[in-house]
Structure formats: C-alpha cells, structure tokens
Design a protein around this ligand. Sequence first.
Ligand code: ATP
Ligand code: MG
Length: 394
Amino acid sequence: MDINNYCYDGRKKFDIEEFDCDSIGEFNNREEAVDEFVQNLLVINKEQQKLYSERKEGVIFIFQAMDAAGKDGVIRTVFSTLSPHGVKEFCFKVPSSEEKSHDFLWRFWSALPPRGSISIFNRSYYEDVLIGRVHELYKYDIVPDRVKNSNVIKERYRQITNFERYLYETGTRIVKIFLNVSKDEQARRFISRIDTPRKNWKVSPGDLKEREYWDKYMEAFEKMINQTSTGISPWYVVPADHKWYARLLVSRIVRKTLEDMKPKFPTIEKADIDSLKEARAKLAKSLGEKAEKPIEPTPKEFYMSDLIPADIVKQDMKHKQKRATEKIKDNGFRAVRELLAESYMIHSLNDIVDAIAREDEESENNPDVREELDINPEQVKQYIENLNIDEEEK
Ligand code: ATP
Ligand code: MG
C-alpha cells in the first residue's frame, strides 16, 4: 500500500472507526516484506550520513500510540542502522514538577535537533491533547485566570501547529506517526507480557487503567489528527496489529522523509582541492618516500575502531561468521536475507560471502549438503551488489 494512503496532511479526514489496524497492505506474509525493509534501512543509513555531513536541516520523528502498540520496537528496529551521532531518542513521561511549572511546550525545546540531526520523540507534546484531554488534566494547572477556560485543548491544537510551523520555517521538519493498535491486540499483548516472566517488567498498572478509557482515547486521537495534520508536518497513521508491517511502513516513512529532504555530501571547492594537494605534498615530504603511494584508509576489519585489538576483532568476526554459517546451514539462502534484515551483519557482508563460498567449496563433493544449503555464492554476491552498498560500508 502506498505510504500516501496512510498520510494525513490536512486534506482528508481521519476516521478512526473506519481504520483497519489489522491490515498488512499488499503483502501475504512477512517474508515478502524483508527485502524492502532491508533496502529501506540501508537507504536510511546512507541518507543520514548525508544529512549529518551537510548539517543543513534537522528532523523530528514523533511517535504516539496506546500502550503496547510497539513504539519501542519500531524505534529499535527502524533506526538500528543509524550512526549514534546525529540521532537521539527522547522519552517523554509524566511531567516533573519543574516541567509543570512551565508552559507545556517548554520541555521540548532542549530536545530539538541541531541541523543535520534526527530527534526521535517517544511520546511528545501531543500527550497534552491525549491524556491531557481524556483526564482533563489542564484543570489542575496553576495558571492565570485568563488562561483558565474551556477551550484549552482547542487552543493547544493551534499552539502546536504554530510551533511546528515556526520550526519548519526555521529549518526543522516534524513528521508524526501514530501506531494504531486495536483494543483486542492490545489485550493479547498485555496477556503475553503477563504470561512471560521476562516481559513482566513491561506491564504497569497505569497501562491497564488507561485501557479503561479506550473510547475516550480513540476520540482524542481522531480529533488530534484532524486538528494538527498539515502539509508541512503530516501525521501518518500506521496499522500496528502486525509488528512487522508497522515496522516496514515506518521504515518507508523515514526513508521518504529523508529522501524528500535531499541531503547531499558537501563538496569541496576547486581552490580547496588545490590547497589539499599542496598540504599532501608537504606531509608526504615530511615522511619521506614511503608516503608517495596512496595511503589506504583503515583496513575494513577495523571499521569499528582502531582501539579494538586485532585478535579481539578477529574473534568477534569469527563468532559472527560462525553464527552466519550456522544460520545459513539451517535455513539456506533465506537466512542471508534474515541476517541482513536484523541488520546484524550489515558491516560484515564480506564474511557472509566468504562463509558461503567456503561452505560451497566444502560441500562440492557432497551434493546432498549442497542441495540442502541451497546457496549460490554468485547469487548472494549479486544480491548484495544490488543492495548498493559501497565497499567502505561493507
Ligand atoms: P514504556 O512503558 O515502554 O517504558 P512509556 O512511554 O509507556 O514507555 P511510561 O513511563 O509507561 O512510558 O508512560 C509514560 C506515561 O507518561 C504515559 O502514560 C503518558 O501518557 C504519560 N505522559 C506523557 N506526557 C504527559 C503529559 N504531558 N501529561 C501527563 N501525562 C503524560
Ligand atoms: Mg508504558
């Protein structure tokens, strides 16, 4: 399904009752979505590098949802290929007493991204028109009499759109994402959290209490989206009953947003190139003959950091390679896609190819194993090449 179908930019009305939380769009199953997801993550990674190097425009991705809709998982997976510099997540909880002593937008200013950076808002000022509306929290605010009136929420919609317009006009984009989970699916996820000891920590009595106000929340979400969707700062409503589909759609949204921003690596002026050449000649002279030939950047097995001793890097590589090989052995070519999808191996694609090539060699004399492996190194190489990854990024 085209991402525009889920986009609200003020031109069409959002009807929450009509919305299908259970949708998986054009797909029949999650397997079909893996390739695109991997592609999107790689493009997002690349675009972020450009965004960061250019330092021209900042962007905020806001996530709002009912509890257990999957905000944390979406953020963890979709932003997993980003370099930690230039991206920060902010989780906004019940305001502290200091935050409460200011206007409701005050606490967000310090979370705005510098140019070239991405801020992820895990909840946001939209809480002030969601939980704030459902429980009429504004009634407890200590404010001048003129501020106390029955239109507080309506005024907040306006204040929010003004705030977002101001940010857009001064160089920061805001994209808002509502992960729309159904009431039944939320119940299933709560039950699963209760049934699974390692997930128990995720259940809070507060979540169960808020569930009782479900209908009021739905009304608040619908109003919020219809009142604050704009062309410059749209809302996307994402069906969230299937985690993989929600993650795929969010990866599309993030990819599209970054591509629309058209970031570019800064180029160097001709004069600067000449002065760099001059500087290089001087440096080479200070080193003597050895530096006459090009000096390679850090060998790729040290991509992580020069500080990690070679044997540890090798061990780590071996471990990864072993895991990759085992996975590939178990699941054949599909495993390669899975590994990529986890983004776990994105930096070690050469290892996969090597592992596959070796497996292939070893299984040369054993057609059964070969068949079972269902792997053709050429096919994998081709596949990886099609992903458009630079040598440096492998
Ligand atoms: P997780 O449960 O995954 O840790 P979470 O975002 O649900 O993440 P919680 O601490 O459980 O974190 O919940 C945060 C709570 O803070 C939510 O119930 C939210 O409605 C509430 N909250 C956020 N902003 C405001 C606000 N401005 N006024 C009142 N409550 C708010
Ligand atoms: Mg919670």
